[in-house]
Ligand binder design. Structure first.
Ligand code: PLP
Length: 431
């Protein structure tokens, strides 16, 4: 058994910041997970956690679902990877095309960020216009074209190293039809991208009427409309938010659940746009009008895991289970906040649960205000829960899966109870 802090020490000499993803950084050190099963995981010190991060919302079936594991084992013995066409990718695309309303064709890629990068390229190619309109605070991955506007209330990219010329092509508007309509007066904008849940997996919610109104404005203007369903796809319903609410874009980006929780992603959408990637449409007799490569796209291993997961994801039963557990968690946390005299709001759609601590109603707050969490609370709440064996998705948010049970939710609520009591006692939270 190695201590978390010892591994962290070793990691800092090998990995920048000791991590492979900036959100995994934690002071004084992260936990190092050795095993995850269902909705639980264990760290290198043998401590058990009830998991509300679930692989950054990718493990909809629960960790290490036996059918996915078996499919992977079988695929690995056949061939790890040959970079050829194979039956599994056809079956996988057929699942997506059957379930996601806008999907007439699907192209697989290696991550969610790659999916939004490709969808934006397709939008620009189809519209013939370089400008892209996005919504304040919505998250679309870490590439250069996704960073301006990712931090709510700021029109600066969230990283150094993004060329100004790239940021100049991105316009940010508020999540309302008037703001979108006015931004679309710019004749250089041919593509609109929207995070289907609302910013940051719905921590800033996007009402169905608003999403419909945004869709209608985009339709009226004739731009290419992309829904980023990397969180909502196969989670809000088997066909994502667009199937649940009957609001259909031109293109959709997918990752996390579409792969059965394995590394990868996809873009799906209307044939007339997707066929820009068809080599038979070549202008030079060789390459397609829109180029898309990627060594590991739709690898047989990932396709096998995804196809095993699709059998479950397609029914809706699993999503209903995860939704019910998130509702139980939201209700339980709200009751505990009430009990401890903590002012705030517990909210979230589908299998998510978000907390806002403060007196204002959510609709009176800007996205930046909703997303600003006091540093003391961040450490107190997330750190306090972690100490008590509960891991959150982020500082004030959780996701559930089909593997969460009422008993696990109630056990986690016990940890919330004692964490809230400690926060109130230490004066870290307004009571
Ligand atoms: C809505 C949304 N879009 C894009 C991405 C980027 O996906 P990836 O982390 O696989 O690059 C994420 C990841 O969390 C996401 O939630």
């Amino acid at each position: 058994m190695t201590a978390n802090k010892d591994l962290s020490h070793r990691a800092r000499a090998a990995l920048p910041g000791g991590v492979s993803h900036e959100l995994r950084y934690r002071a004084p050190h992260p936990i190092y997970i050795t095993r995850a099963q269902g909705a639980e995981k264990w760290d290198t010190e043998g401590r058990r956690y009830i998991d509300f991060k679930m692989g950054s919302a990718s493990q909809m079936l629960g960790h290490s679902h036996p059918d996915v594991v078996e499919a992977l084992q079988q695929a690995a013995t056949t061939a790890i990877f040959s970079a050829d066409c194979h039956l599994g990718e056809i079956e996988w695309a057929e699942w997506v095309n059957r379930l996601v309303p806008c999907a007439e064709r699907t192209r697989f890629c290696a991550s969610g960020s790659e999916a939004t990068m490709l969808a934006i390229r397709l939008g620009r190619a189809f519209s013939g216009k370089p400008g892209v309109l996005r919504i304040d605070g919505h998250y679309h991955g870490w590439h250069d074209h996704a960073l301006k506007g990712a931090k709510p209330g700021s029109d600066q990219p969230t990283s150094l190293g993004v060329p100004q010329a790239v940021s100049d092509l991105i316009t940010v508007c508020a999540a309302n039809p008037q703001s979108m309509e006015s931004a679309l007066q710019d004749p250089q904008i041919g593509t609109v991208i929207i995070e289907a849940s609302g910013a940051n997996y719905g921590s800033v919610p996007l009402a169905t009427d608003t999403l419909r109104a945004l869709h209608d404005v985009a339709r009226k203007t004739g731009v290419v409309l992309i829904f980023d369903e990397i969180i909502t796809g196969f989670r809000w319903s088997p066909g994502g938010r667009q199937a649940r609410d009957g609001i259909v874009p031109d293109l959709t980006t997918l990752a996390k659940v579409v792969t059965g929780g394995l590394p990868g992603g996809a873009v799906c959408g209307k044939a007339e746009i997707m066929e820009l990637m068809n080599n038979a449409e070549s202008r030079d007799g060789l390459s397609p009008p829109v180029s898309h490569k990627g060594t590991f796209n739709a690898s047989p291993l990932i396709a096998a895991g995804a196809n095993a997961a699709m059998k479950y994801l397609s029914t809706g039963t699993l999503q209903a289970q995860a939704d019910a557990m998130a509702a139980r968690l939201r209700d339980g946390i709200a009751a505990l906040m009430d009990q401890h005299g903590i002012t705030g709001t517990v909210y979230g759609e589908s299998s998510t649960c978000h907390m806002y601590f403060g007196t204002a109603a959510l609709d009176e707050l800007s996205p930046a205000q909703i997303r600003t969490v006091q540093p003391t609370l961040v450490n107190g709440l997330r750190g306090g829960l972690l100490k008590r064996g509960v891991d959150l998705m982020s500082h004030t948010s959780c996701v559930t899966s089909a593997a969460h049970t009422p008993a696990l939710i109630d056990e986690a609520l016990g940890a919330f109870d004692s964490t809230f009591a400690a926060l109130v006692k230490d004066g870290l939270i307004a009571a």
